[in-house]
Design a protein around this ligand. Structure first.
Ligand SMILES: C[S@@+](CC[C@H](N)C(=O)[O-])C[C@H]1O[C@@H](n2cnc3c(N)ncnc32)[C@H](O)[C@@H]1O
Length: 237
């Protein structure tokens, strides 16, 4: 079957699952299925990052492009970027990019021990922990918290809940940076974040290897990404 039709079918099914106002037993079943997904387990990530998903560790146009945009957005929206927390940091490639332009105190967290073994300890402090379990040292605050390409591995409600919880570790004037690829689940999570937090600004990007086009489109091979900046509701800019 042509991949365009398969992609549309996939989008339709995901829309039915994530956008439908599921209640009662269906909702519980969905939640249980999400929680049992292989991508919720550290072993999955250890294995995939050492194999098929090796490109997530860095060195691609997408990862390096996202790192560069995160650095630009942080510099633009935060007066002084001092401490940055990167949740789902993979090899910590963002640290090197941030440190090119300023002295930043970088903390990276990842569920995968393999990912953390690929980081450079000279770049900051690194911890093996899942997003849901992570809390910083008592009183530690960050001027930027980055959650790039991680939230859609959680169910939408806990993704929003955890992102809002992370915001409580922001310093005065700090921002939460969320990057997600263009699919139905990410849309639902972005909408939840928009209801819960203050949208500050964003930028969308997509690699276009085939034709010069302005439009972004849904693609599994070359997804479009939206990088969004949020503050806690009522937080000063
Ligand atoms: C798609 S990669 C994104 C890496 C990097 N943030 C980027 O934007 O290129 C997802 C990363 O998140 C990590 N991860 C997945 N689920 C996680 C969770 N629940 N808590 C913390 N890290 C998680 C994976 O081990 C992997 O390194």
């Amino acid at each position: 079957m042509p991949s365009k039709i398969l992609n549309s079918l996939r989008s339709f099914m995901r829309a039915a699952v994530y956008k439908a106002p599921l209640r009662g037993p269906f909702r519980d079943l969905m939640l249980r299925l999400e929680q049992a997904a292989p991508s919720r387990k550290p072993e999955f990530w250890d294995q995939q990052l050492a194999g098929e998903f090796q490109s997530y560790l860095g060195g691609t146009i997408t990862v390096e492009g996202r790192n560069a945009l995160v650095a630009v957005m942080l510099r633009h929206y935060v007066k002084e970027v001092r401490a940055v927390l990167d949740v789902g940091c993979a090899s910590g490639s963002l640290a090197k990019v941030l440190k090119q332009s300023q002295d930043v105190d970088y903390t990276g967290v990842d569920i995968s021990e393999f990912a953390i073994s690929q980081t450079d300890p000279a770049d900051g402090d690194f911890f093996v922990s899942s997003l849901d379990d992570f809390s910083p040292k008592e009183g530690q605050k960050f001027s930027g918290i980055v959650v790039a390409e991680v939230l859609y591995y959680l169910d939408p409600a806990s993704a929003v809940e955890n992102a809002a919880r992370l915001c409580s570790y922001l310093d005065f004037g700090g921002v939460l940076v969320v990057s997600m690829k263009n699919d139905v689940k990410s849309e639902v999570i972005f909408r939840g974040l928009e209801d819960r937090l203050q949208w500050v600004g964003g930028i969308a990007f997509q690699e276009h290897p085939l034709r010069p086009r302005f439009r972004t489109y849904k693609s599994r091979e070359y997804p479009a990404y939206l990088l969004g900046i949020f503050r806690e509701n009522g937080a000063p800019s």
